[in-house]
Design a binder for this molecule. Structure first.
Ligand code: RP5
Length: 162
């Protein structure tokens, strides 16, 4: 998958390479803020041992936030959350006949004690932004960049002519 520029702070994990067209939007959001990330395909169902090992080793490798996207019976974000104290952002994906409604419920309906911060179906870009905000809590310069981004999107809306 994608080469990391420096030690990645955010891991973008997805259940299948068929999820990449949506999940790469999380990397695009992180790129706007020069936050290094890595992308990885891991499945809660097809590679359960590797998924557990990945989550267990992530913090030691320098990862601070994990973004996990999956479709259908989307257990990836929750399975990773079960294995690490790092914050997990879940992205439900619209694969399969239920168009992501299944993945939304599977991702968001976590039991007490094991949270997954779930964004909208297909909301990978927002997942990247949320990861920036989480990292920004301990990094004032990064949070200032995020503030400037919000100012820019406000200006963009006000400049719309219809
Ligand atoms: C999920 O099943 C994946 O996250 C993907 O959204 C869906 C279909 O996977 P493939 O059959 O395309 O590999 O686990």
């Amino acid at each position: 998958m994608a080469k990391a520029k420096t030690t990645p702070l955010v891991a973008i994990v997805m259940g299948s390479d068929s999820d990449l067209p949506v999940m790469k939007q999380a990397a695009e959001a992180l790129d706007k803020f020069a936050v290094p990330c890595e992308l990885k395909v891991i499945s809660a169902h097809r590679t359960p041992a590797e998924a557990a090992a990945y989550a267990q080793s992530a913090r030691k490798r320098g990862i601070r936030v994990i973004i996990a996207g999956a479709g259908m019976a989307a257990h990836l974000a929750g399975a990773l959350a079960a294995q690490t104290e790092l914050p997990i952002i879940g992205v439900p994906l619209a694969s399969g006949s239920l168009l992501g409604q299944d993945a939304l419920l599977a991702t968001v309906q976590m039991p007490k004690g094991v949270p997954v911060a779930t964004v909208a179906i297909g909301g990978a870009f927002n997942a990247g932004l949320l990861a920036v905000q989480i990292l920004g809590v301990g990094d004032g310069k990064l949070l200032d960049k995020f503030k400037a981004y919000k100012t820019q999107i406000r200006k963009d809306v006000l400049a719309k002519k219809v």
